[in-house]
Design a protein around this ligand. Sequence first.
Ligand code: SF4
Length: 297
Amino acid sequence: MEVVVSEETNKKVLDEGIKEAVTDACIPLKIFYGHVVNLASKVDFLFIPRIINWENTSNFCPKFLGLPDMIRHGIKGIPPIISPRISTKSLRASWRSIENIARTLNVSKFKAIHAYRRGLTAISKYKELLRDGWTPLEAEQILASGNSTQKLEGKMNIALLGYPYALYDSYINSNLISQLRGLDVKIHTADTLPVQKLKRNIYDRKDAFWHYSDSVLRAGMHFIQDSNIEGLIHVTAFGCGPDFLVNKILEIEAKEHSKPLLTLSLDDKNGDSGIITRLESFINMIPFAKGTHRIAH
Ligand code: SF4
């Protein structure tokens, strides 16, 4: 089977998404709609799994759970959707997910097990690269080329918090990661933390949110208490309910620990210059803010 992926997000993808999605959808959902339109004429099937949970016990936001149905009933004239249910809560649940995909794609169990094992090896190498600070796209390129990599360094240590689809989509976030690297910043994210650092002992209230919101909160709590981290940037998605609460908690905790915090809200009207100016001001302000609390918006 040939795998075809959509183009990187661009103005056309975003505009198509805005046209197709319901008006009050969060910005990542609108972008997803745009990517579906981008692929629709190029493929025989669309693979949109129903991801229930991944690697821990918290579930995904209901918009993830309903994604295949929303797309199926929301966009006209698209190819059939393959949408296996994915849950990795336990070994048995993972295996059921694999069986499910094998059945849907009409391949033997033997082939599915072989592909699953190869997938696990690839994922573990990919995650090592994310832990070293590479973005998903860079990690994929490094894996494909087989080139070894130098370490990413920077003079200032900043934690970048947010959902992967907001942090790593350079179109919607105005090249945030490149901008920060250009300012000599070493970026720390939930992906650069070993999994055990995201466990409950860091944020010991009960699970309040969905998978990615929990991971942002736990990583945020870790970085707020880490003396090596000089400031935090929380990238929020316009139209996301959980983000509003996560941001409020981060603000309160950052204030208690006197950590500078910048909140960047991404929407479909962000201009590059606005984000860049605020980033530069925040980074320049940090040396003066040490020992005092600052929240920037
Ligand atoms: S977590 Fe927020 S941004 Fe992500 S899909 Fe749900 S509502 Fe949208």
